[in-house]
Write a protein that binds this ligand. Sequence first.
Ligand code: HEM
Length: 465
Amino acid sequence: MSVDLLSTGQLDIPHPRRRLPVLGDVIGVNPRTPVQDSMRYAAELGPIFERKVLGTRFVLVSDPDIVAELGDETRFRKHLAPAVAALRGIAGDGLFTAYSEEPNWRRGHELLMPAFTKSAMRSYHETMVDVAGELTQHWDRRLEPTARVDVSTDMTKLTLETIGRAGFSYSFDSFERDRPHPFVEAMVRALSHAQLMASPIGRLTLGRRRSQHEADVAYLAEVVDEVIRSRRDSSEAPPEDLLELMLRAERENDPNRIDELAIRHQVITFLVAGHETTSGALSFALYYLSRHPEVLAEAQAEVDAVWGTERDHRPAYEQVAKLRYVRRILDESLRLWPTAPAYAREARRDTTLLGRHRMSEGDWMLVLIPALHRNPVWGPDPDRFDPDRFLPERVRTRPAHVYKPFGTGERACIGRQFALHEAVLVLGTVLHRYDIAGDPDYRLRVQERLTLMPTRFDVTLTRRP
Ligand code: HEM
């Protein structure tokens, strides 16, 4: 059901000034940058506004009080925004794209949740260190004595390799390839396709890309089937990973077992959700580090203090969470560019928002996370990069629900601890080993493909003594 608050007069929501009859709010917007267009609207129109294109209506919110209410699980639940619903052709009722009432959501959640507790991260640590080591070997081979590297491409190699191995004991041989694995290319096209499908104007631009999309969907399924097949064919004792949790439940007739197709949907969900957003988060963090030498120096001093100055040091599990400043850099990067930039919430039944505005059952809104993260509650200069915003004493003074990079409630990100451990470990590894410098002329360009990613962003690396 679409949001109909405006037509019922329940909520007086501003909309862009230059609205055209029939077409709606199409002037000055681009179906390839819906988030950045919406961020501009939020700055102009305030913390709740409406966008309408060819009769399709979106309500976008970034007001902390509204976001807090939408987080009330008794009254609201996850809504599949059009761009997420468009991914159902790839990920079906996998965790990310399932409707909350679908039985496979609860089963998948119960089955896989134990693999994502904070303490479960210990079991992924060695794999994460191995893959970070492959990244540094890949970079070291290119030093003469400096090397210029394409950050997003290499971060994507790293995160795909990590989730492939940690989750499914499967290697994409990411660092042995000159080009990204075709899985990544097909996935990026499929995500961009879903984003265009969500926009009535975007749909008009799809044209011949539809057949490419069908080929991409088939290819992604093929890769996943190969991951599952290689496990089933293996004569070795199965490793304890996400795939084994699902296959064992099937073998042992566990009440939460899911069938073959649902396993495929979960594998593809984790391969995609488990690397694309973390790669973006790492890339934005490295962008800000390359722009802020004082932050870089402080972070390097922290890593040296915790890990020592032996540059080949292999960090222990406990030495990752001790990088408190590095973690603040990551938190602040995810504040400015939350790489999964929106989530949608719908009313479970008729309700009243902020005690004033009636919403009918099924009415939904999009939380525009980058705008929430720039709300005045963050201070007078919310665009400024300042990791110390995340000092514990400053976090305590802010209201709850102003920081939501991992979504909300029971449908919040299951991989949060995984992403945080991996990202802090990788940033620590990079900062420990290299000095990094960005091109001073580079202007941040953010590519939107459902997720956010800096593009054409290189850094120059030099080995630290
Ligand atoms: C910095 C990295 C990450 C960010 C910013 C992020 C963000 C998010 C957000 C905002 C949601 C909620 C979406 C919604 O409500 O519609 C979500 C859900 C999800 N994320 Fe993440 N994520 C990250 C990393 C990961 C990783 C590493 C994994 C897996 C290893 C993962 C797996 C998932 C899954 C499966 C869901 C759906 C959960 C459910 O509905 O039950 N994410 N993520």
